[in-house]
Ligand binder design. Structure first.
Ligand SMILES: [Zn+2]
Length: 457
């Protein structure tokens, strides 16, 4: 009997140990450099969480960090430093925002411009906090694909935010060489700060997300706030930089404040929600700095069978990006490469390519990737060319040793994972009315070659 009991206990422990992992990220966009009360809100949140043994990720705006220094708020800086530090742009809402200045640019000039405008904030965070930020997330929905190149160069490995510009099955994914915690759908949840009746609903939606994630073998949920929300009833930037307005600093207005009771209620509701998460068995509270270690490494060699699926569908297959699948077909080692810079159509006229010309084209494409670390826009067949999708589909479908390569048209299924309505994607009170940077979304679609799900270890 005793033995049976011991066995049952052991079995119970093993079952629990094998339960799929659920990770919860709590992050704060720490950005309000207008209203000084938001400094106190950041202090209080950081301290309350530290007291509970919880580390959150504070994504901090460069100007906010500098303002905290100028206001001599070493208490706030010290409290924040106990948590993980992410980056949230240099000025956030002073125009031009990242999407505004990157809208007319391509990938490479855009990446250089992002570095030129945003690097100072990154350096200030490094100087003030002594660490390189663990992640970046765009101000508002001012997302742009060029940022990925710069962030990689800076050694910032994680993109953590919310938006609808790109997605993969409502869980973290790889895109542009970055680990994206983004667009998690129902796995992003929070409790409102104004209505105590909403707390139970928020707890239930957290429980439902945890159950759903366990069902699919584990995953990531997230909750985010802004410290300023705990002390104001309107956003600091909405009152100053609305729809393209760009007033001088001397004429900035203060956002409306919460009453003291309203603030206390907000902290209470927030902490009650956090305590619910904390007491949920099997949920691990992690930061952006922790999160990469829970996933398989970014680059992996794709098996040939998966690579051949590009013939029918240009998309991630078997957990490999279309770019990785193409590298396998080209005989190149596993590595990260960017997508093409622009969309170029095929103008190759015939239905078949003679073997010698085809072999030359494949060698030329492989050489381009080796030298530039990105995919070519198109591949030359003598004086004509195949678009990248048509080249990939043709390569995936060609029979080994065949006397000719039969041209196939690539079907770009991966572009369905990129948001399509720019006006809606960039609808933010700070952007000018009607702001719809179609060019950024076109670049985003081109980089869909790099998109694949992030797989838990
Ligand atoms: Zn923000």
């Amino acid at each position: 009997m005793k033995l049976l009991l011991a066995f049952l206990l052991l079995a119970g422990t093993l079952t629990r140990a094998a339960e799929p992992p659920v990770y919860w990220l709590l992050w704060f966009d720490t950005e309000d450099y207008v209203e000084p009360a938001s400094d106190d809100a950041a202090l209080r949140l950081a301290q309350d969480l530290t007291q509970r043994g919880i580390r959150a990720t504070f994504k901090i705006v460069g100007e906010k960090a500098r303002v905290l220094e100028q206001r001599k708020r070493t208490d706030v800086l010290r409290a924040l430093a106990a948590h993980d530090i992410g980056y949230h742009s240099n000025y956030h809402s002073i125009h031009p925002t990242p999407a505004e200045y990157l809208a007319p640019m391509g990938m490479l000039d855009g990446a250089a411009e992002f570095a030129r405008r945003e690097e100072q904030g990154l350096r200030d965070l490094q100087r003030i906090f002594g660490v390189t930020p663990s992640c970046y997330g765009q101000p508002g929905n001012s997302w742009a694909p060029q940022a990925n190149l710069t962030l990689r160069q800076w050694g910032v490995p994680v993109y953590m935010d919310d938006g609808s510009h790109v997605a993969f099955d409502q869980q973290p994914f790889w895109y542009g060489g970055m680990l994206y915690v983004f667009n998690l759908g129902p796995h992003t949840m929070r409790t409102g700060l104004d209505n105590p009746a909403g707390l139970d609903t928020a707890k239930r939606s957290f429980d439902a997300a945890v159950a759903a994630l366990r069902q699919r073998g584990g995953g990531v949920a997230q909750t985010y706030y802004h410290p300023t929300e705990f002390v104001t009833t309107e956003f600091w930037d909405g009152v100053n930089f609305r729809h393209g307005a760009n007033p001088e600093r001397s004429s900035w207005r203060m956002p409306r404040r919460r009453t003291a009771e309203s603030s206390e209620q907000a902290y209470r509701l927030f902490l009650a929600f956090v305590d619910h998460v904390r007491q949920t068995p099997g949920v691990r509270i992690v930061t952006a700095r922790d999160i990469p270690q829970f996933f398989e490494p970014r680059d992996s060699a794709a098996p040939p069978a998966a690579a051949r699926r590009l013939a029918e569908s240009i998309d991630a297959h078997d957990g490999h990006s279309a770019a990785e699948l193409l590298l396998t077909l080209l005989g190149l080692p596993a590595q990260y490469v960017d997508g093409p810079l622009r969309r170029v159509d095929s103008n190759y006229a015939a239905a078949e390519i003679p073997r010698a010309a085809w072999v030359r084209a494949v060698a030329d494409a492989a050489d381009f990737v080796r030298q530039t670390h990105r995919l070519p826009d198109s591949v030359a067949i003598g004086s004509q060319r195949l678009s990248l999708p048509d080249f990939a589909a043709t390569l995936a479908g060609v029979e080994p040793g065949a006397p000719v390569a039969r041209v196939r048209r690539g079907r770009l299924d991966q572009e369905k994972r990129i948001g399509s309505n720019a006006a809606k994607l960039y609808d933010w009170v700070i952007h000018p009315a009607g702001f719809a940077p179609e060019g950024l979304m076109e670049l985003a679609r081109l980089q869909a070659w790099t998109l694949k799900p992030a797989r838990l270890r």
